[in-house]
Write a protein that binds this ligand. Structure first.
Ligand code: SF4
Length: 338
């Protein structure tokens, strides 16, 4: 069942420091503190009628949910849990920092119907985590992930590509993806690093010490990471940041594209078709892709069709609901001499 979500953003709340790339207020577009009454009122207004909770989540994103004042955190959870008890939502999802997880916190989260915990892990390279002033290392991510799984929460990890201090972004993306896959998360999110106004990264960018990835480089890195997660059967639930007005206002530089995720999927499908073609004499190839993936297979501005045309190949695409999201199957081919 497709998940629906009522999300509340808790910008910078609980963060001991500011990571050099982060301007949560820009990402969430929210400056004021969310209060428990607001959670209650919005849940009451927007959640479905009792008994229709399946696939509906209440989410607390941004900041470091489990590092905020415990009384405030409990009030927010209590407000949300009221609607889980009423069967108007099936669970609560939160995002937090890897170093803000311990047994006490997890017991509290369990009590209030939290089902999924996402960790802003970002990289498994300690030198990159340090350069970005994350304030935690990969060991924190490993310990928190193990504890979250032991408590039987759904574990989600967030990773970034092209961070400051990354000397070989493609190799780092592969290594981080492998290290994260080893932690067996249920879900992943992958974000390219953007330069936002009002961050330390802006200063590093202006002084020439940080050069962001191009859109093409960010796609290359993300394709590598995503392929690792696909192979490990880990679901990637988000690729690239949402196109919010607040993000547009704060965006300064970097590989932002409103259809970043679709471009990544297009590239993966193109690579798979190329790998599956058995010889160079093919004139037409008909392929099947997963349900809902035809437009990604065609590509933005028909880029995959144009790419194969440039090789003298006509690409025909159809969807097959039996295939996985980025799976590709060759249905038939016609050689040039036929
Ligand atoms: S921990 Fe997350 S919310 Fe807090 S400053 Fe870092 S990236 Fe931003």
């Amino acid at each position: 069942m497709k998940e629906r979500r009522l999300a509340f953003f808790i910008p910078h709340k609980g963060c001991k420091q500011s990571c050099i790339f982060c301007n949560q207020r820009a990402i969430s577009g929210k400056i004021n503190e969310v209060c428990p009454n607001e959670v209650f009122d919005k849940c009451n207004l927007f959640l479905p009628e009792p008994g229709n909770e399946k696939g509906m989540e209440i989410a607390f994103f941004g900041g470091s949910f489990t590092a905020i004042d415990k009384g405030y955190m409990t009030q927010l959870l209590e407000a949300a849990n009221h609607f889980i008890i009423q069967r108007r939502a099936s669970g609560i999802r939160i995002s937090t920092r890897p170093d803000s997880i311990d047994e006490d916190i997890l017991e509290t989260l369990k009590k209030y119907s939290v089902k999924a915990i996402e960790l802003g892990a970002q990289s498994s390279d300690d030198s990159i985590l340090l350069a970005n002033e994350r304030g935690h290392d990969h060991l924190s991510t490993t310990k928190a992930s193990n504890l979250i799984r032991d408590f039987e929460f759904s574990l989600g990890l967030q990773m970034m590509v092209g961070m400051y201090g990354d000397k070989d972004p493609k190799m780092t993306a592969i290594k981080t993806a492998e290290d994260f896959a080893f932690l067996r998360p249920q879900t992943m999110r992958i974000y390219p690093t953007l330069v936002l106004k009002g961050t330390k990264l802006e200063d590093l960018f202006n002084s020439g010490k940080y050069v962001p990835l191009s859109v093409k480089e960010a796609i290359d890195c993300t394709v590598e990471a995503l392929s690792v997660f696909d192979k490990a059967d880990i679901e990637t639930i988000r690729i690239g940041l949402h196109s919010e007005m607040s993000l547009h206002k704060s965006f300064l530089a970097g590989p932002y594209h409103p259809a970043f995720g679709e471009k990544v999927n297009s590239r993966i499908i193109r690579n798979k078709v190329m790998n599956l073609l058995e010889n160079e004499r093919i004139k037409t190839v008909k392929v099947a892709v997963g349900k809902g993936m035809k437009s990604a297979a065609i590509g933005q501005k028909r880029e995959n069709i144009v790419f194969f045309n440039s090789l003298g190949i006509r690409l025909i695409i159809e969807e097959d609901e039996k295939l996985g999201k980025r799976e590709v199957k060759i249905l038939n081919t016609i050689d040039k001499e036929n």
